[in-house]
Design a binder for this molecule. Structure first.
Ligand SMILES: Cc1ncc(COP(=O)(O)O)c(C=O)c1O
Length: 378
């Protein structure tokens, strides 16, 4: 069946309960939450509400109604940035952002938003003091990822959250690489807006994700349309989540996401993290024995999430990934990983890197096979 080591893009396989929940929803429920008023609709709405509650509980969010469903983390980040920032506002971000954050910030900059990019060391380390120094009178938002999808670096989110709160600035976190893998507490971390994908470490299907909006955070709508409530208005309703959820939901995806979140809760984030980090630790230890290999990101495992990107002197990451896939049936990801900023910071913008991202369902034996495949290619 091959070895899948691209869980940082999308987790695969999913828990059996996720497949069952999607199948069951599509066959037996089928309706759209908030549209219809019949019993099927009520069942769809009950599942969506239960999912909002489960997500709010997972991230210790103040209110389940602040959980807004989106297609993915990218849509959630865009919703947050564009719902807050206006020309003349200032935003602070980091030097290792994914294009999901970087491109909308650059688009806003072209419209008159001021941007400060706080530099990071070549392993992605960011000094929170530099974030504080960058604050201006018009700083409206600090927006950054929780962990890098290239360097694996975990950001000092709690320190930055407290800086933001002290200065009365909103804080948006891109939890694409951490939701379900590293504990997130919106209240102790003082996060106002949390963008998460459903399809990575929460084990939901493609097309699932969301933005969790904290209490008192007001967002302009970025998209308007049917909401199923207050249809007589020419504007979107004021209340969340309807305000930001225009159009028919990915209701089957939401049902699958609920099963994924329940799976994570039952398994426990700490045991999921332990397993994935054991795999990463072993992989790093083994590849470091190969001459010419350089693993990107912090040496300290406690500061890493579950991705291992590396370069091999004299080899193209793209070709290595292609041979791993076509000859050994091992799925990895090479190139810039949609994160040119992280590669610029690491000094790998010219060639990119080869990334292995183990997931919960990978085994030590698969890591052994992967390392021996890499050795035999080299
Ligand atoms: C750090 C980071 N942010 C954002 C995204 C975008 O996530 P999505 O594909 O759910 O839009 C990714 C995806 O790989 C990511 O790694």
């Amino acid at each position: 069946m091959g070895i899948y080591l691209d869980n940082a893009a999308t987790s695969w396989p999913k828990p059996e309960t996720v497949y069952e929940a999607v199948n069951q929803f599509m066959r037996a429920v089928g309706a759209t939450p908030g549209r219809g008023g019949h019993r099927k609709e009520e069942e769809a709405a009950r599942i969506a509400d239960q999912t909002r509650k489960a997500i709010a509980e997972l991230f210790h969010a103040p209110n389940p109604n602040g959980v807004v469903f989106t297609m993915n983390a990218t849509q959630a980040i865009n919703m947050g940035l564009k719902g807050i920032l206006k020309p003349g506002d200032h935003v602070i971000t980091s030097a290792i952002e994914h294009n999901a954050m970087w491109r909308p910030i650059k688009a806003l900059e072209r419209q008159g938003v001021e941007v400060t990019v706080v530099p990071c060391d070549h392993d992605g380390t960011l000094n929170p003091k530099q974030v504080e120094t960058a604050i201006r009178t018009n700083t409206r938002l600090i927006a950054m990822l929780h962990a890098s999808n290239v360097l694996a670096t975990i950001m000092p989110i709690e320190e930055i959250g407290s800086i933001a709160a002290r200065h009365g600035i909103l804080f948006l976190v891109d939890a694409a690489q951490t939701a379900g893998l590293i504990p997130i507490d919106m209240q102790t971390m003082q996060i106002d807006l949390l963008a998460f994908p459903g399809h990575k470490s929460l084990f939901g299907p493609h097309g699932s994700g969301g933005l969790v909006v904290g209490t008192g955070v007001e967002l302009e709508t970025w998209m308007e349309g049917g909401s199923g409530v207050e249809s007589e208005l020419e504007t979107m309703p004021a209340e969340l989540p309807a305000r930001l959820e225009a159009g028919t939901h990915n209701a089957a995806g939401i049902a699958g996401l609920l099963a994924g979140v329940q799976f994570v809760q039952e398994k426990g984030i700490s045991s999921i993290r332990q397993h994935e980090m054991d795999l990463c630790a072993y992989l790093i230890e083994e590849v470091n024995k190969i001459p010419g290999v350089k693993v990107l990101g912090p040496a300290d495992l406690a500061r890493r999430s579950a991705v291992v990107a590396l370069t091999v002197e004299g080899y193209s990451p793209d070709q290595l990934a292609m041979v791993l896939d076509q000859v050994f049936d091992i799925a990895t990801r090479a190139g810039l990983h949609c994160a040119p900023q992280a590669h610029r910071t690491a000094g790998t913008i010219e060639i990119g890197a080869l990334r292995f991202s183990p997931g919960l369902f990978n085994t030590m034996e698969e890591i052994d096979e992967t390392v021996s495949a890499l050795r035999s290619i080299l």
